[in-house]
Design a protein around this ligand. Structure first.
Ligand code: TRP
Length: 326
């Protein structure tokens, strides 16, 4: 069975774009693969964070992921800082990647342009991400296209380490999830739905109440030609509604387009589908929230499961690169 690894930062809230784009695939992968999912709290520290907020968003994200369908019996779900091997291997990764390679990372350039305090950790972020992935002898990393450079540098680091010190790491492949829908902002359908754009009316939170979901979808930007077809180039707003409805129902947007003639009907159907999708998630989330101790117990069990694999890989790497065994 192929091993799949993915990571998600505990910052901001989950929105419909995350749910229909990435998380649907995460849930599917746990059925077909050996799936390892990590809440990357150490990566969150690369930008200034309020301690209480980091702590609560880490726990909340774990609860949300379980509510969405990640099942600790089927996958390994854990918090990065609970498995110290991530920090330990990150140092070896930092010593395997060059300053020049890290300087070419576009994610670093974007984030450092927007931040007044540029931490060294923000610069070496890809080394920690490489450690995350390589610790688990990962075959496949299902992440969006925005992570392409990070996966490529991980492969380069693995190959270089193997070349220098002998076979140590599995060289992972990047898979761009095929099933995930690209969900756009409801008010600015030319850009992706995003938690960082501060587009309150363009973004639907996974925990949003039904009234608010309906209002936002009703107010979604369309166009004036009145035609319903899936064509992102010239009809971004309508196409986005078709994507949302299609993804929520498990149909293709092209197929969904055939059933509607009026924008108003499409919007009500999309709103119903999103509400139907979110309500059970919100109920499971409320259940999990009522018992935080249980979530912590599940996360601890996840960390123990992860550590069994991670500690073996770390030891192999330490020995191969010449560290004296303790
Ligand atoms: N950099 C990823 C993001 O911003 C998060 C991440 C950290 C990750 N470690 C990972 C993703 C390992 C995949 C594999 O989304």
């Amino acid at each position: 069975m192929a091993r799949v690894f993915s990571g998600i930062q505990p910052s901001g809230d989950l929105h419909l774009g995350n749910l229909l784009g990435a998380l649907v695939n995460w849930v599917n992968h746990q059925e077909e693969h050996e799936a390892v999912y990590c809440i990357v709290d150490l990566h969150a520290l690369t930008l200034p964070k309020d301690p209480e907020e980091l702590r609560s968003s880490t726990l909340e994200l774990a609860q949300l992921l379980m509510a969405v369908g990640l099942d600790p019996d089927k996958c390994t779900l854990f918090v990065q800082s609970h498995v110290p091997e991530h920090s330990q291997l990150a140092w070896l990764m930092e010593c395997t990647v060059s300053y020049g390679e890290l300087s070419r990372m576009t994610a670093f350039k974007d984030k450092s342009d927007r931040s007044e305090f540029i931490s060294a950790g923000l610069f070496t972020y890809p080394a920690l991400q490489a450690a995350d992935i390589l610790l688990y002898d990962t075959d496949l990393v299902p992440v969006g296209d925005d992570q392409r450079q990070h996966i490529e540098i991980t492969r380069d680091i693995a190959e270089r380490f193997n070349h220098r010190f002998g076979e140590t790491f599995v060289v992972p492949e990047h898979v761009i999830p095929p099933a995930g829908a690209r969900i756009m902002d409801l008010q600015h359908p030319e850009r992706k739905m995003s938690k960082s754009q501060h587009s309150v009316n363009g973004t639907i939170n996974v925990l949003e109440n039904p009234d608010s979901v309906r209002k936002k979808i009703k107010r979604a930007v369309t166009d004036s030609d009145g035609e319903i077809r899936f064509d992102f180039e010239s009809k971004a707003g309508v196409s986005n509604l078709l994507s949302i409805l299609g993804a929520a129902k498990g149909d293709s947007p092209e197929e969904v387009a055939k059933s509607f003639e009026r924008y108003g009907d499409l919007k009500s159907a999309a709103a119903d589908a999103v509400v139907d999708l979110l309500l059970p998630i919100q109920e499971r989330y409320a259940d999990l929230q009522s018992d935080p101790a249980e979530t912590r117990r599940l996360l601890q069990a996840g960390a123990e499961k992860a550590q069994e694999v991670a500690s073996r890989t770390l030891t192999r790497a330490q020995q191969n690169c010449g560290l004296l065994q303790a």
